[in-house]
Design a protein around this ligand. Structure first.
Ligand code: HEC
Length: 143
């Protein structure tokens, strides 16, 4: 019976090792590329802005700065329930429309209770109606 010469068996082993090394290297560089393309800066909030299609990064910044300025963040956060419901939950709860915006703006300016829990929201006289409407409009984009 003829057996393959050792050298042939060796070169087969060599070739298959080479092939798997090449595949390994190719996969490695693909994942390195993917990592290069990933954003290098972590978003400043834990909100996953990639999944929010209706708010732009600029609008999100505007919402955050208005909310800081107008003291909303002492009771609300973007994505976690705190004293009041999270902005994200509010956005998910309402369908955006001019009527809903008007209603929420009025509740925001004059205070409201009983929609989310037992804690009432006091009136917010530090807001003009236009500012209130702008914040509401931005909150409702968080979906
Ligand atoms: C003192 C705490 C507090 C502050 C300050 C506050 N909120 Fe609220 N907010 C609440 C609470 C509590 C609720 C839930 C009220 C309820 O159950 O109806 C609420 C509810 C809301 C709602 C939902 C209203 C509804 O009818 O569904 C919006 C929108 C809102 N707040 C936005 C804001 C914005 C914008 C600011 C800043 C201008 C602000 N809040 C400031 C505590 C606060």
């Amino acid at each position: 019976m003829r057996t393959k010469p050792n050298s042939a068996r060796l070169s087969l082993t060599f070739i298959s090792t080479m092939v798997s090394t090449m595949v390994f290297l190719a996969l490695g560089s693909a994942s390195a590329l993917a990592q290069q393309n990933a954003p290098t800066q972590a978003p400043s909030s834990s909100l996953d802005t990639e999944s929010l299609h209706s708010i732009s990064p600029i609008q999100l910044e505007r919402l955050k700065s208005l909310s800081r300025q107008k003291n909303c963040f002492s009771c609300h956060t973007l994505d976690k329930n705190f004293v009041g419901p999270s902005y994200k939950d509010i956005a998910a709860h309402y369908t955006s429309s001019p009527l809903v915006e008007t209603q929420l703006t009025q509740r925001l300016l004059h205070g409201t209770r009983g929609k989310w829990g037992v804690i009432p929201m006091p009136s917010n006289p530090q807001l003009s109606e236009a500012e209130g409407r702008e914040i509401i409009n931005l909150i409702l984009k968080l979906k």
